[in-house]
Design a protein around this ligand. Structure first.
Ligand code: NAD
Ligand code: DAU
Length: 356
């Protein structure tokens, strides 16, 4: 049995990663350290089947609490760390950057430092890896042509992407300076079950269902490269098990879409399910609002390295997996209501009230 420490496992990708890896790796135990911020929901993992629940341990706490980290690392013999915990929403980073520095920069530094102490004392140090999960946003914005490769210089635009860039530099520095076996992944936009409804796809699909306006930033022509979350999780397992320490791997879906195309698709998918048509069609709800400051125009990943060196490729078709995501939300409205607390409503007011 191998034990892995997952941070941020009560969030969107972490939840999917824990559910997926406990299923496909029956010899894994997972310890999940999560602070349960507005984005973390332990209910997302409460219904694990019994054989998986017994291989799962939850610890409530902050990744920048170094005494807590030391006590966790002294209690368990980890084979690795999969570090997801972060403040992850660009709009929130614009309205309140400080939490992003605290968690994404200081928190990652504390995780690396605690992992280094653990690794140095570990009986079998060759059997340990620190996988740092990052984003394509560190590379900045693309024009209409070209792709982000692992050699693209960092050029972050938002406080979120700047804080993730800083955390990537720390992960790389801990490998080069101390030899800690770190690996970094930079992934494009994920979608799928359990995503907090502040992000484009769940926000729009729930607004469509509830006949609320659909706030499209700017001209709606910004492009993102979409990847189904389970494809991301498979790529992470592959990097953890087969990746070369000290290396970076870009992960992308090869499914570039303009935001307005996504909103149109979601309107049409919901219209079919809710029997709306003609003048009732959900597209009437679209509202172009003022742009996000520093809004990156286009992201697109060149994932040749992970495809060629680790044999990974996305398995899900974009439109089919988006249909499945729509169905998941419609069938899990209890989960949606449980994450839409009073704080959520306050955030929606703050972010959208002054956009015209
Ligand atoms: P999320 O916001 O849904 O979840 C973040 C989780 O981290 C939450 O459970 C939260 O409670 C926890 N957390 C926050 N601060 C913490 C702290 N100080 N201590 C412990 N736990 C804390 O995020 P996500 O979308 O699942 O993203 C996970 C990771 O993947 C992030 O590092 C993000 O930068 C990266 N990433 C996300 C995407 C995407 O499209 N969502 C794409 C590429 C990379
Ligand atoms: O590229 C990877 C990144 O993808 C991750 O690192 C981030 O954690 C994740 O949040 C995501 O960042 P984005 O800023 O691309 O995602 P978001 O869902 O916030 O926005 C997607 C696009 O949709 C973006 O161009 C802004 C636009 N948008 C978003 C919202 C919330 C709108 O037009 N209206 C909206 O209301």
């Amino acid at each position: 049995m191998k034990t892995y420490l997952v941070t941020g496992g009560a969030g969107f990708i972490g939840t999917n990663f824990i559910r997926h890896s406990l299923t496909v790796r029956p010899d894994w135990r997972i310890v999940n350290l999560d602070a349960l911020t507005y984005a973390g929901n332990p209910a997302s993992l409460e219904d694990l089947p019994p054989d998986q629940a017994e291989r799962y341990r939850f610890i409530h706490g902050e990744i920048f609490n170094f005494s807590l980290l030391d006590s966790i690392f002294s209690e368990e013999d980890f084979s690795g760390v999969i570090h997801f915990a972060a403040e992850s929403h660009v709009d929130r980073s614009i309205l309140g950057p400080e939490a992003f520095v605290k968690t994404n920069v200081e928190g990652t530094f504390r995780m690396l430092d605690a992992a280094l102490r653990f690794w140095r004392n570990k009986g079998n140090p060759e059997q340990f890896r620190f996988l740092h999960i990052s984003t394509d946003e560190v590379y900045g914005s693309l024009g209409p042509e070209g792709y982000f490769t692992e050699q693209t210089p960092y050029d972050p635009s938002s406080p979120y992407s700047a804080s993730k860039a800083a955390s990537d530099h720390f992960a790389r520095a801990y490998f080069r300076t101390y030899g800690l076996p770190t690996l970094i992944t930079n992934c494009s936009n994920n979608y799928g079950p359990y995503q907090f409804p502040e992000k484009l796809i769940p926000l729009m699909l729930l607004n469509i269902k509830e006949e609320k306006s659909l706030p499209v930033y700017g001209d709606g022509r910004n492009v993102r490269d979409w990847l189904y979350v389970i494809d991301h999780c498979d790529a992470l397992i592959r990097v953890l098990e087969k990746g070369k320490q000290g290396e970076t791997y870009n992960i992308g879906g090869g499914a570039e879409r303009q935001n307005i195309e996504i909103v149109h698709l979601l309107c049409d998918m919901l219209d079919r399910r809710l029997n709306r048509s003609g003048k009732d069609s959900s597209r009437r709800l679209i509202q172009f609002v003022s742009d996000r400051p520093g809004h990156d125009r286009r992201y697109a990943i060149d994932s040749t390295k992970i495809r060629q060196q680790l044999g990974w490729a996305p398995g899900y078709n974009f439109e089919n997996a988006l249909e499945a995501t729509v169905d998941w939300y419609l069938e899990h409205m209890e989960w949606v209501e449980s994450v839409r607390s009073g704080n959520y409503r306050k955030w929606i007011e703050l972010n959208y009230l002054n956009r015209s």
